[in-house]
Design a binder for this molecule. Structure first.
Ligand SMILES: Cc1cc2nc3c(=O)[nH]c(=O)nc-3n(C[C@H](O)[C@H](O)[C@H](O)COP(=O)(O)OP(=O)(O)OC[C@H]3O[C@@H](n4cnc5c(N)ncnc54)[C@H](O)[C@@H]3O)c2cc1C
Length: 401
């Protein structure tokens, strides 16, 4: 395994870092101010569109897409250090059109979409003009076991009829979110893993109703947010199905691999920013006659944070290498391992940062509190820690049974 960055990646890293310093970080406050003053919090503020334009012009656009026909043509291993840089600011992924849930949905359409589906949705998604969401989780069933998903997708002539309630559909509250990829049950018989399907549902279809948004630790996460949606006798053409009936879980595996690793790549950058803030602040603040940076316990937190970040980064790079080498399916153990290791690491580093900042750590004067809520959520979404641990243990014990 060779994790040395290629010349191409080093050049992109430099360009991306420069863009972050010159465009993203200086505009974080403007972004939040415009959001506070916005008439509609579910629409991206003007500064976001301005930054997106600059990123596009700089060629820092759709870097996540491995298929060179649609994106930058980088491997996962090449993208990892770049995605990490984007994770340094909560607003950055959208600036570069590399944010969830759009990025994994785009990947899914590129991989599994028909020509008609691609033609209809990809140009606008790739241009950053519209949002999309992924609707799997349901309030009425424990959705960490995806076999429980009960929204029905029933064929009626040349249409599918969809009935069910979803929540945590990230992005759906925005008027700019034009469609949901819905996972539901198209059959109640046969092999259990072959009963679910995925369909594309335009959000302006009659019967689709946004019920409410759910905050995360009090943050509404506007303009992306998380919506609860009712689907009542929603009819879409049969051509809206992805791949075919019963293929829902196979596609979900294809989607969740890249989604999980990209979250983890960004979390490394988030942790790096937290450590940077810890170091700067601990040099400036003096208690009991010496800077915080000279207190033994603070030094221990700084050292442990550096150790934790480096370990996690290596595991993420290994998972990226494995996905490139053997594919999502064969790299499932590495993906599950980083999905547990990384958010546990980042919440620990961010918690140390909160403590070192004192009262300032729980305010929005620093990005730390907001980042912590995001990283804490990551221990639940795309599979809770316990589910990943259970599968890792199952694979580990297989040879002993
Ligand atoms: C910020 C955020 C964004 C999200 N975005 C999306 C999205 O865009 N689209 C979407 O469809 N969903 C999304 N989700 C939903 C998320 O994927 C689910 O919350 C997650 O899969 C868990 O499902 P659940 O909430 O139904 O928990 P449940 O299934 O009820 O599980 C509850 C808890 O039980 C425990 N548990 C479960 N299984 C086991 C086990 N085998 N052993 C031990 N303990 C276990 C875990 O601790 C788990 O947290 C999002 C969630 C959050 C918080």
């Amino acid at each position: 395994m060779n994790f040395e960055y290629s010349d191409k990646v080093v050049k992109l890293q430099k360009k991306l870092n420069q863009f972050m310093e010159e465009v993203v970080f200086p505009n974080e406050k403007t972004y939040h101010k415009q959001m506070e003053q916005a008439e509609n919090r579910w629409v991206s503020p003007p500064i976001m569109e301005e930054m997106k334009g600059k990123a596009k012009a700089a060629g820092l656009w759709n870097l996540f897409l491995e298929d060179p026909e649609y994106g930058a043509g980088l491997t996962n291993l090449e993208y990892a250090p770049l995605c990490e840089i984007m994770g340094r600011s909560p607003i950055a992924p959208e600036v570069f059109n590399c944010h969830g849930p759009n990025a994994p949905n785009i990947e899914m359409l590129v991989l599994y979409g028909t020509e008609e589906q691609k033609e209809k949705w990809l140009p606008q998604l790739l241009n950053g003009e519209i949002l999309s969401c992924f609707s799997m989780t349901e309030p009425r069933v424990a959705s960490s076991d995806a076999l429980n998903i009960e929204t029905s997708i029933i064929r009626d002539g040349d249409q599918y009829v969809i009935n069910g309630r979803k929540w945590w559909s990230s992005g759906a509250a925005s008027p700019n979110c034009k469609f949901a990829i819905v996972l539901g049950k198209s059959s109640t018989s046969g092999e259990r893993h072959k009963q679910h399907s995925m369909v594309i549902v335009p959000l302006d279809t009659p019967g689709v109703k946004i019920i409410r948004t759910t905050p995360v630790f009090g943050y509404d996460r506007a303009p992306i947010g998380h919506a609860e949606i009712e689907f009542e006798n929603v009819r879409v053409p049969v051509t809206n199905i992805l791949v075919g009936e019963g293929e829902g879980f196979a596609i979900a595996q294809g989607r969740l691999g890249p989604a999980r690793i990209q979250h983890c790549m960004r979390s490394i950058g988030t942790s790096e920013r937290a450590l940077e803030i810890i170091c700067q602040r601990s040099m400036e603040r003096v208690t009991f006659g010496k800077p915080l940076s000279e207190q033994g316990v603070v030094r221990e937190w700084i050292a442990n944070s550096r150790i934790d970040i480096e370990q996690a980064r290596l595991l993420v790079l290994k998972a990226a290498y494995m996905i490139d080498k053997v594919g999502n399916k064969a790299a499932k153990k590495e993906i599950a391992m980083i999905k547990v290791a990384v958010p546990n690491m980042s919440t620990k580093v961010l918690d140390r940062a909160i403590q070192i900042l004192g009262g300032a750590g729980v305010t929005d004067d620093f990005p730390i509190a907001h980042m912590w809520t995001h990283e804490r959520g990551l221990r639940i979404y795309d599979g809770p820690d316990e589910v990943h641990r259970a599968t890792i243990a199952k694979w580990e014990l297989k040879d002993y049974l």
